[in-house]
Design a binder for this molecule. Sequence first.
Ligand code: FAQ
Length: 311
Amino acid sequence: ETPEFLAAFQARIDADEKIEPNDPMPAAYRKTLIRQIGQHAHSEIVGMLPEGNWITRAPTLRRKAALLAKVQDEGGHGLYLYSAAETLGVSRKQMTEELVSGRAKYSSIFNYPTQTWADIGAIGWLVDGAAIMNQVPLCRCSYGPYARAMIRVCKEESFHQRQGYEIMLKLAEGSPAQKEMAQDALNRWWWPSLMMFGPPDGASEHSDQSTRWKIKRFTNDELRQKFVDATVPQAQRLGLSLPDPALAWNEAEGRYDYGEIDWDEFWAVVKGHGPLNKARVAARKKAWEDGAWVREAALAHAKKRAARQSV
Ligand code: FAQ
């Protein structure tokens, strides 16, 4: 890769041109996208597990239908994203093998358990809320297939977020026990939701380069701040309190100050030592192994059809 090639590529990025699969691109740009899109796809697929846990126990038929649709959307987002990553030359099989062997990363948030029905509300409200904050700017990312995939994904995430907020609203306006359940879920999901945005800017190794390539449009801390500012009034509307004594409106800066995130917990979860990392990977491994016969049958069927057509 000559300096001229790299400069010409950067000039395309600077001119806000979209990079498409067959365009020449630096190897490091391709690698970064495969990493990020692959992790994003895995997050959607592993993200089906915490909520899938409550489908059979949703309190009403309406809640069950909405939750089923949401979890199904997540499966769709995962497939969309694997396809976007495949345009960069990696195969879905490779990515899945990395996931089921425990080598691939996916969002830290999905390693926490869903203990009560209120957790489904908290996930929709906070986890999807955080996902939207992070993903709306990705609709303008420099890589065409990723940017386009994000448009539909964000629309669906908006429905997910409202679904979750409505569960929280109902519980918060319900009996004292229901309100307490909502508060307990908020207490447990708040800090892990803030961790979804990634390490603080000073410790974010990829941010500078990804910003230059317009893969990232905001830093981790900028998006985290936007999320806090958007979410505090929503918590107030619910009549619930955020589990952070340091949270306070900063008039001079026009934003909320918030307390120190437990980065040791974050890194422990990212490195595989969260409450449910092992169970999540084991569940995906089992699904992959249980589905082997389907893949074999589909391949055998495709081969037979090809043989018939070539006669
Ligand atoms: N968990 O240098 P940075 C969803 C890793 S939403 C685990 O700052 P970068 C929807 C990072 O990979 C969730 N690992 O990295 C849904 C890197 O490690 P590496 C998924 C994390 O890439 C809702 C290292 O730390 N969304 O699924 C985390 O510039 C409800 C250094 O970090 C996306 O993936 C973390 N939280 O910025 C589904 C969005 N944070 O790769 C179901 C796309 C950082 O060098 C239910 N991704 N790491 O080994 C992104 O925007 C970025 O990749 C960031 C991280 C912002 C996540």
